[in-house]
Design a protein around this ligand. Structure first.
Ligand SMILES: Nc1nc2c(c(=O)[nH]1)N[C@H]1C(S)=C(S)[C@@H](COP(=O)(O)O)O[C@H]1N2
Ligand SMILES: [Mo]
Length: 317
C-alpha cells in the first residue's frame, strides 16, 4: 500500500464540541445534555455556527504522497460542485452559506445485522478522526489536493455488520428543497444518490469526511458528512449524506439516471477512456498554469487496481 499521509489528530472543532458538551452537562444535568448532543430533528434548530470561529485553517500535512502541495483553502472552499445549491461553481459557497447542518442524523440500514441511526456528533466522536491528503479529480478535467478529516467507511460498516447478501452500498444526500434550492430543478431526479461495490466501500482509502484543513466541513464541501473516494471521479464523492443503505442490487446513481450514456457505475479515473465530449488524458490542477497528465486510478492504482482484476475497464467505465 502506498504511503498516503494520515495523521491521527483531534481537530480543533471536535475538541471545542467536546468542551461545549461538558459545559452543557454541568449546567443542565446529563440527561438534558445527552439530548442536546444527540440532536432532535423535530426541535427547532438552535442556531449553530456552520463555520466555527477559530484559528486559521490548518492541515497537519503540506503535500500528498507524491509531493504535490495542498490546494489553497480558498480554492477548496470557493470552487465547488454542489448542484443542490447552484450549478455555478463560484456561486455555491455564497448560496449555501446559510445552510445549517445541525442537528443531523445519518441512518445506516438495509442488508445489515445492526441497522442504526447516528447523530452526527456520535459519528465524529466515536471514530478517531484522521487527516488524509487526497487528490480530487473532477470528471470535468480539473483537480485539487485536499487535506480531509474523517474516518474510513469500513469502521462504520463493521459496526452495522453487512449480511452475506449485501453486495453494494447506496448513499443518499439530504432531500430538502427548502434548504437546498437547486433541488427545485426538475431536470434531476433528487435526491443525489451514489453507490459503491461493497469491497470498494470497505477499502481503507474510502473515507467519510467530517472536515478539511483541520476544521469542520463548510456547507459547500458537503457538511456535515460526505464521502471521499479518491480513485474515482469527484461526482462519486457524495455530499451531505443522510442515509447509507446496504443492498444486493447495484444502485442507480443520480448521474446514471440523468446521463446514462456519459456516466457509468464505476467511474474510476481513467486517462484512456474519454468522456463522450472530451478527453480525460490530462487535467488542470487548480493553482497551476499548464495541464498535467491524468494518472490511472488518479494515482492510486497500486492500492486499488486489484479490486478490478479481470474486469474490462473500457466497458465498466
Ligand atoms: N450531493 C452532491 N454531492 C456531490 C456533488 C453534487 O452536486 N451534489 N458534486 C460532486 C462533484 S461533481 C464533485 S467534483 C465533488 C466536488 O467536491 P468539492 O466541492 O468539495 O471539491 O463533489 C461531488 N459530490
Ligand atoms: Mo465533479
Amino acid at each position: 500500500m502506498t504511503r498516503i499521509p494520515s495523521s491521527d489528530i483531534t481537530p480543533e472543532w471536535l475538541y471545542r464540541q467536546r468542551r461545549q458538551f461538558l459545559r452543557s452537562a454541568g449546567a443542565l444535568g446529563l440527561a438534558a445534555a445527552a439530548l442536546v448532543a444527540c440532536g432532535d430533528a423535530t426541535q427547532p434548530t438552535t442556531p449553530a455556527p456552520t463555520q466555527p470561529a477559530g484559528p486559521t485553517p490548518q492541515a497537519a500535512g503540506t503535500a500528498d504522497e507524491r509531493g504535490d502541495p495542498l490546494t489553497d483553502f480558498d480554492s477548496v472552499t470557493n470552487y465547488n460542485n454542489f448542484y443542490e445549491f447552484s450549478m455555478d461553481k463560484e456561486a455555491v459557497a455564497r448560496v449555501s452559506a446559510g445552510f445549517v447542518a445541525t442537528p443531523w442524523q445519518v441512518t445506516i440500514d438495509g442488508l445489515v445485522r445492526n441497522p442504526r441511526t447516528y447523530a452526527i456528533e456520535d459519528l465524529a466522536s466515536r471514530f478517531d478522526q484522521l487527516e488524509r491528503i487526497y487528490r480530487l479529480r473532477c470528471v470535468e478535467g480539473w483537480s485539487m489536493v485536499i487535506p480531509w478529516l474523517g474516518f474510513p467507511l469500513h469502521r462504520l460498516l463493521a459496526e452495522v455488520e453487512p449480511t452475506a447478501e449485501a453486495r453494494y452500498v447506496r448513499f443518499e444526500t439530504l432531500h430538502d428543497p427548502e434548504r437546498m434550492p437547486g433541488q427545485r430543478d426538475p431536470w434531476f431526479t433528487w435526491p443525489y444518490v451514489e453507490g459503491l461495490r461493497l469491497d470498494e466501500a470497505q477499502h481503507d482509502l474510502t473515507l467519510l469526511a467530517t472536515g478539511l484543513y483541520g476544521r469542520t466541513l463548510l456547507p459547500q464541501n458537503g457538511a456535515p458528512l460526505r464521502l471521499v473516494v479518491p480513485w474515482k471521479y469527484g461526482f462519486k464523492s457524495i455530499k451531505s449524506i443522510v442515509r447509507i443503505e446496504l443492498t444486493a442490487a447495484q444502485p442507480t446513481s443520480l448521474w446514471m439516471a440523468s446521463a446514462p450514456h456519459e456516466y457509468g457505475f464505476y467511474a474510476n479515473v481513467n486517462p484512456e477512456v474519454a468522456h463522450p465530449r472530451w478527453s480525460q488524458a490530462t487535467e488542470r490542477r487548480i493553482g497551476e498554469v499548464s495541464r498535467r497528465e491524468t494518472l490511472p486510478f488518479n494515482g492510486y492504482a497500486a492500492d486499488v487496481a486489484g479490486l478490478y482484476a479481470g474486469m474490462d475497464l473500457r466497458v465498466n467505465y
